[in-house]
Design a binder for this molecule. Structure first.
Ligand SMILES: *Cc1c(COP(=O)(O)O)cnc(C)c1O
Length: 234
């Protein structure tokens, strides 16, 4: 790990933390309300380690095989791993065994399998329901109207702990996602009427996290602003 890469990472990390704190201040929220999750997909384990050395604990991955390699290499460190990618049912066993959180649960079958496959020695798996808030064909996630039913199902699964909702607004939204973030927050509050204890709005990425914080995000998922532009996937 070159000294200059570490210095660059440190600079970016400090900048994102400052922006997070400024956005919280602006929104009248304490900075500890919002957890920063570093999205480390496509980045090597030594960059994750360098960020962990700076104090970052939460990391998120989209691609299972790549994630498992990093989780194994960094097993001695006390990191919290979040799965945020689309879930194929044949991947649920490894996800249930290796992650602390899954943000992208979007159907009954995936929820049931994660529950059945969560190893008994681990605490219940934290999950969010992914909501396709802008109704895009290309995107995974349930529609807002389907959230309540999936939430009920998950609440009945003892090895899962339903924490809240996750969304990725359309990239070209003119309002930087504000309307979508607001709708996700309203969906969470409506589910919370019958289901107390939900505490998570996983929303906001490099380009829109200050808007997401203004709209109530509790977990922001930041890749590019921390690690720089991602290489294209082979
Ligand atoms: C890649 C990814 C991110 C991070 O995106 P950046 O724009 O690089 O911050 C966040 N959430 C999900 C679900 C992702 O797939």
């Amino acid at each position: 790990m070159g000294h200059s890469i570490t210095a660059t990472l440190a600079g970016r990390y400090q900048r994102v933390r400052e922006q997070l704190e400024a956005a919280c201040l602006e929104a009248g929220r304490p900075a500890h309300d919002v957890s920063l999750i570093a999205v480390s997909k496509t980045r090597p384990a030594d960059e994750v380690a360098a960020l962990a050395d700076l104090g970052q604990r939460d990391f998120a991955e989209n691609y299972l095989q790549e994630a498992l390699d990093k989780i194994r290499i960094l097993a001695e460190r006390d990191l919290i791993w979040h799965f945020i990618g689309p879930i194929q049912t044949n991947k649920t066993r490894d996800i249930a065994a290796n992650f602390d959180w899954v943000h992208s649960v979007d159907r009954d079958k995936v929820a049931r399998r994660l529950n059945d496959q969560r190893p008994p020695e681990l605490s219940p798996l934290n999950v969010c329901i992914q909501v396709n808030i802008d109704n895009e064909d290309s995107k995974s996630g349930v529609s807002p109207g389907q959230v309540a039913a999936l939430a009920e199902l998950i609440a009945g699964l003892p090895r899962l702990r339903l924490r809240g909702l996750m969304a990725i607004p359309r990239a070209d939204a003119e309002d930087c996602g504000r309307g979508a973030f607001r709708q996700l927050a309203m969906t969470l509050s409506s589910v919370s009427n019958t289901m107390p204890g939900l505490d998570t709005l996983s929303m906001g990425m490099s380009d829109d996290f200050t808007v997401a914080i203004a709209e109530g995000a509790t977990h922001i998922r930041i890749g590019t602003a921390l690690f720089g532009p991602r290489p294209a996937r082979p």
